[in-house]
Design a protein around this ligand. Structure first.
Ligand code: URA
Length: 235
């Protein structure tokens, strides 16, 4: 890439202004003053400074959602060679990573980005991104049990904060429950049901705040819309 184009892309100034900076000796490439207009540089390798301050390409931030299948690990790489969520998202241009995690046998909404600030907001309980799950659990749940889950249960050294818990339907000794939680402790939903003597048979995350999985097929990924990104950033 021509050095003036590189500098302009990094937001230093217009290309013409960058040429002036180069000609007047403000710019170094790999610690050597460069006055040659039109010099080709490799942004991945060469260190360009303006008045001794390094400049870098600002990375574009991208945001995706995946409908994670079961039997897939939420990690960038698995030392045990199991399938990972990275196999379902675009590879190459941007180094995206999963935001938080879903268990191996949990399916549903998983976000990916290369934007560390946004990832931090989504994970941290102090931001109001409730995580909505549909849990299919063993047995019937009476009102006392439901209220216990709503008010907070001890999942082993940690009492969960208030949750929204709503029974969707019950069939053949199984209950489908919608549950919205605000923390993200390890296996939290499963441990909450275990704490009240039940057991999660299937678990799917369907929303993070107002971002909904909708009808995205299992194993498919899509970019977040402008409105979805704006919503996350505005929190
Ligand atoms: N709670 C769980 O128990 N598992 C998940 O994957 C997510 C929340």
């Amino acid at each position: 890439m021509r050095i003036n184009k590189f500098m302009a892309t990094c937001g230093v100034a217009s290309r013409r202004k960058c040429d002036e900076l180069i000609a007047s000796g403000h710019v170094k490439v790999n610690a050597n003053v460069c006055t040659k207009l039109g010099l080709q540089i490799d942004p991945e390798v060469d260190l360009v400074t303006v008045d001794d301050r390094p400049i870098r390409l600002t990375e574009k931030y991208v945001y995706y959602m995946l409908n994670k299948p079961c039997n897939v690990v939420t990690t960038v790489s698995d030392p045990n060679g199991r399938p990972t969520v990275m196999q379902y998202v675009p590879s190459g241009k941007y180094r995206i990573f999963p935001v938080g995690r879903l268990d191996y046998n949990t399916s549903g909404l998983l976000l990916f980005t290369n934007d560390g600030d946004v990832a931090q907001k989504l994970i941290h309980p102090s931001f109001e991104f409730g995580k909505t799950y549909i849990a299919e659990v063993k047995g019937m749940l009476d009102n006392n049990t439901l209220n216990h889950l709503r008010n907070g249960v001890d999942i082993g050294g940690f009492v969960t904060s208030p949750a929204v818990v709503e029974v969707l339907d019950t069939q053949q000794n199984r209950t489908r429950v919608k549950i919205v939680i605000h923390e993200g402790k390890n296996r939290q939903v499963r441990r909450m049901f275990e704490a009240v003597g039940s057991c999660v048979l299937r678990l799917q995350r369907v929303a993070i705040g107002k971002i909904k999985l909708g009808d995205l097929p299992v194993g498919k990924c899509r970019e977040l819309t402008k409105d979805e990104v704006a919503y996350i950033k505005s929190a």
